[in-house]
Design a protein around this ligand. Sequence first.
Ligand code: 25A
Ligand code: L14
Length: 340
Amino acid sequence: MSKKRFNVIVAGATGAVGNQMITCLVERNFPVKSIRFLASGRSAGKKLGYKGDEVVVEELTEHSFKGADIAIFSAGGSTSQTFAPFAAKDGCVVVDNSSGWRMDPEVPLVVPEVNPHAIAQYTNKGIIANPNCSTIQMVVPLYPLHKKYGIKRIVVSTYQAVSGTGKEAVDELDNQTRAILNFKDFEKKVYPHTIAFNCLPHIDAFMENGYTKEEMKMVNETRKIMEDDTIGVTATTVRVPVFYGHSESINIETKSNISAAEVKSILEKAPGVKVVDDPQNNIYPMALEAAGHDGVFVGRIRNDESISNGINMWIVADNIRKGAATNAVQIAEILTREYL
Ligand code: 25A
Ligand code: L14
């Protein structure tokens, strides 16, 4: 085993995902030599815990990266677009969680269970992109099925937790729920409508084609990660009043003959996947049970009886862990083990 250790930065450390990244680095025993936490100026001076120590948060600037080996970013798309190139220039490889670099053809977009080989392309720009949370949990179980049966088309509807939007959205659902149950007035700050006791068919901005950006991320990122532009993907992304854990209803149509029984046995052996599928005993994946875990949970696996080669399933994962922080730290682990 290599004893090499690395100078690590977490950028956006005070956010929902950044906090989880710190936890993941500790939980997974990442080979850290030194650690620094960066955020916007309004958080500079705050302290965050790390292995029993307190680490002072510094303001992220273009000079933050001298001497660092790896920076894991979750500070939003525009912050990453501005600052990741400064890190790369100083020889610090960026693993970026935002949407800022994902579709750049020179930047690898990686899910370790699917395309770990793509990490090698980090040398192009010094940046590796971490996919969107809804895309990650979809491709982990679909990739082994694509290899075996060839996926023609995916129809997905998501049921996404508020934590995907960040800390303020978690507070908003909490505050609105309390207010409504107590007949009090409340504010709408994060979402354009009440999220408590509601479902909003709207995640990220609307585009000219009538889809949201979140929906188009699922289309484009899936093809890039699976390295196959022929896969048809159509998505409807919905915000639901859940704190942690995204759920997805997924229908696939394959080129070759597929059956629910075979899918179950393939997924039982698939890396990163846990089959939770015993409906007779009310056992199926649920957000409340997936939250706090790193697995992608799959259940309700059944044949689509309306077409000859179709399967329906229900996929749940913790959007902050496997959907963001865990996946980014897994990428960083492969980078340190095989490339740095
Ligand atoms: O642009 P995107 O890619 O769509 O991403 C938008 C947001 O989604 C989250 C993340 O929010 C991001 O800002 N996100 C990103 N990738 C994600 C993923 N894969 C993802 N969510 C899920 N899955 P977040 O709240 O989780 O974290 C934001 C972090 O980024 C830091 N940050 C923001 N701007 C920065 C910056 N760091 C450096 N330079 C900048 N210019 C941010 O630090 C946080 O760590 P902060 O100091 O801005 O926030 C610390 C605390 O301040 C509170 N707060 C937030 N907004 C305000 C605020 N306080 C006052 N006024 C505000 N306007 C927060 O509660 C936060 O805890
Ligand atoms: O592209 O609001 O990584 O739930 C992930 C979650 C953007 C927003 C991304 C949300 C995002 C999002």
